[in-house]
Design a protein around this ligand. Structure first.
Ligand SMILES: Nc1ncnc2c1ncn2[C@@H]1O[C@H](COP(=O)(O)OP(=O)(O)OP(=O)(O)O)[C@@H](O)[C@H]1O
Length: 312
């Protein structure tokens, strides 16, 4: 069913370098959340902290009633079984077939017989559209197929939470569209809690229920998709529109006067603040029923749209 992740006052540094501080957010159970932010703002560090691979200096990460920042290695091992992680390159073993790669966590962490392992591996390969590629080696397939194989492997232990680290990196726009559809379909089918780190704004606009943005060592905002897509917060607006004008500069930040001038120029000939278009949400494909929460989210978004039209 997916579990909630509740992060409070989280701070992570490496030596003198503060990566982010006082990050608080709740990833709602079964929902899809996206974490955005300029390069180097610590999105991957955030994912690793959620799984307990990195220890924060302060704060808590509560998962299924336990603060994982306080757990010893043995208990952490148990909590990690709730997670499936899709790493950027799929992190497959190059000398193993896709079948063996996907079977690996089952052989490592369970005592299931090979017949049961076969059933599960083929089921997950089917879910990600890889049936027929069982004997291929990772080096023999495309980047998109490697991502899907990584995803199948992340699914075999039936995780409650799936973390995706830039699932779309290195893929062409069509493959990204297919992958996004796969993510939405999977979420509807397995109802796990998803957190996706991405740089792809089109994906961030269409796929998630919630969006977060890290910048200047802080979580600028985290909330429902429609709230961020229609936000007037300058960092959020700049990032979600992929513009040069705004507080985010080439080397992270700009001075206040320059930002003010750029934003004034930007606003003048265009629409008023608050009148950002709410990109339609990507729906699960035919034959896949929508989880119950979709009704509540659809009415929330319709309300936001009505308000936007009334304010315009
Ligand atoms: N184990 C580590 N030891 C020291 N510094 C680290 C470690 N891991 C990450 N960092 C530093 O933390 C910062 C954030 O890195 P991270 O990879 O999380 O950024 P990111 O937002 O995911 O970037 P990108 O979007 O480019 O992938 C970087 O300055 C990086 O050098």
């Amino acid at each position: 069913m997916g579990v909630e992740i509740c992060v409070e006052g989280l701070t992570k540094s490496f030596g003198q370098q503060v990566i982010w501080q006082d990050v608080s957010l709740t990833l709602p159970a079964g929902e899809v959340s996206v974490m955005l932010g300029p390069s180097g703002t610590g999105k991957s560090v955030f994912l690793k902290t959620l799984v307990g691979l990195l220890k924060p200096e302060r704060g808590s990460v509560r998962i299924a009633g336990r603060d994982i920042t306080k757990l010893r290695e043995h208990d952490l091992y148990e909590v990690r079984k709730l997670f499936g992680v899709l790493f950027q390159d799929g992190a497959l073993f190059g000398s193993m077939s896709l079948y063996d790669n996907i079977a690996f966590p089952l052989r490592e962490h369970t005592r299931k017989p090979e017949s049961e392992i076969r059933r599960i591996v083929l089921e997950k390969m089917d879910m990600v559209g890889l049936i027929g590629a069982e004997e291929k080696l990772p080096g023999e397939i495309s980047g998109g197929m490697r991502k899907r194989a990584g995803l199948a492997r992340a699914l075999v232990l039936d995780p409650e939470i799936i973390l995706f680290d830039e699932p779309d990196s290195g893929l062409d726009p069509v493959r990204v569209a297919y992958l996004n559809q796969l993510i939405v379909d999977l979420n509807a089918q397995i109802d796990a809690t998803f957190l996706i780190v991405t740089h792809d704004i089109a994906s961030a606009r269409q796929v998630p229920d919630n969006i977060g943005l890290l910048f200047r060592r802080e979580l600028v905002m985290f909330g429902p998709r429609e709230k961020l897509l229609t936000s007037d917060e300058p960092v959020v607006r700049q990032f979600l529109n992929g513009r040069m004008q705004g507080p985010i500069g080439m080397a992270e930040e700009k001075d206040a006067a320059q930002v003010e001038q750029e934003l004034a120029q930007l606003d003048a000939p265009t629409k008023a603040p608050g009148s950002q278009a709410l990109t339609p949400r990507l729906l699960p494909g035919p034959g896949i029923s929508r989880p119950p929460r979709w009704q509540a989210i659809a009415s929330r978004e319709a309300e936001s749209h009505r308000k936007e039209v009334a304010d315009a």
